[in-house]
Design a protein around this ligand. Sequence first.
Ligand code: ATP
Ligand code: MG
Length: 427
Amino acid sequence: MVFGLIWKRFSSILVIMLQSQLFTKTRREAPKDEESVNAQLLIRAGFIDKTMAGVYSFLPLGLRVLRKIENIIREEMEAVGGQEILMPALQPKANWEKTGRWGKMEDLFRFTSYYTKTDYALGPTHEEIVSPLLKKFIFSYKDLPVYVFQIQDKFRDEARAKSGLLRGREFVMKDLYSFHKDEKDLGKYYETVKTAYFKVFERLGFGNLTYLTFASGGTFSKYSHEFQTLSDAGEDTIYICDKCRVAVNKEIIKEQKVCPECGSENLKEEKAIEVGNIFKLNTKYSEPFDLKYRDEDGEEKEIYMGCYGIGPNRLMGTAVEVSHDDKGIIWPESISPFKIHLLNLGKDAEKEKCDQLYYNLQKIGMDVLYDDRIEAGPGEKLVDSDLMGIPWRLIISEKTQDKIEVKRRGEKEIKLASEKELAKILQ
Ligand code: ATP
Ligand code: MG
């Protein structure tokens, strides 16, 4: 068992972490039909590939980033009591008719089975599935509250899909749904999730650029909230109050021109990306699906619901939009495909040293991509490394002798360190 694990780990290291073995290649030019910076850089660096507008494949390096983002979200959702499930993307028409959204939702993908002539939807969101699902498990006040979430592919017939990973027609969403005995309990949990969302954005490296934004709550509550990250690539316009670090979106500014927290009229217009959205649904979906429970006195009551969305693909695109330069991506360590990019810029003698360092770094638990390619020259390796954007670049060459050159992506300073010093710097 132990041997099996070690062997598996070792073999996966050999396959994945050596750049000579990586099947993807970097590209000097982005595809002509790709307008967004995030998709251009991610395609050039070999992280993703475009199948058609709004639909992408994730390649080994890109998938590592996506999985890291998903895991950060997963940890924060579990920390607030979320239980992970996985619901289907393929959904029956009847559920969508029940809520009246079959005919109303413009971006719902609908299609008919060739064999049975039955109509289906490809899920753009999951209230229509999660509400009848939880109805099978909630009977009394003792069964509440419940929090379930999934990290799953969504499909939306987006009119415009020109922003790379920011707006896909197929994309990953983490959607959390909460079920409560009353409005007060929902309100309390809603605040807990708000805090959890900010932890996610902090860990992804753009907490300082992200604002809680007041949006319309629809017919069921006064406000909903968005999380908006400042970026010129954003499709949204928000109005920020720097004193409270909150913002209002366009729908709200038309009704009220003041900060909802402090009443200040001093709001600044900014471009932003909506990275998350939370909503008090109250009884909007429990009504059509007859979602009820018995309270302490045996009385039947309606269940209150909340929903909380966040898009890992969009977060990955956002990370690139807010952190890159003219050479390429600059990943924050938390979601970089690897912590370290080790380059051998020398010849045979250096290769031996570099192999040993690669081995030693792995032994102390470091996540390393090793550019061991023989056919690529030093210039090419340096350009590729900047494009890929891994935070720590280590170089061994004829010039470095018994030291290692250390540089952080996005910084100018270059240091020479012994292996011992290096271990300290990296820890
Ligand atoms: P938008 O206004 O940008 O279309 P939305 O209000 O439709 O977003 P929600 O339905 O609240 O978005 O979805 C929750 C989260 O899922 C969003 O905050 C975003 O992070 C992500 N998301 C939504 N649509 C897309 C998409 N087309 N591509 C990638 N991520 C998306
Ligand atoms: Mg939308």
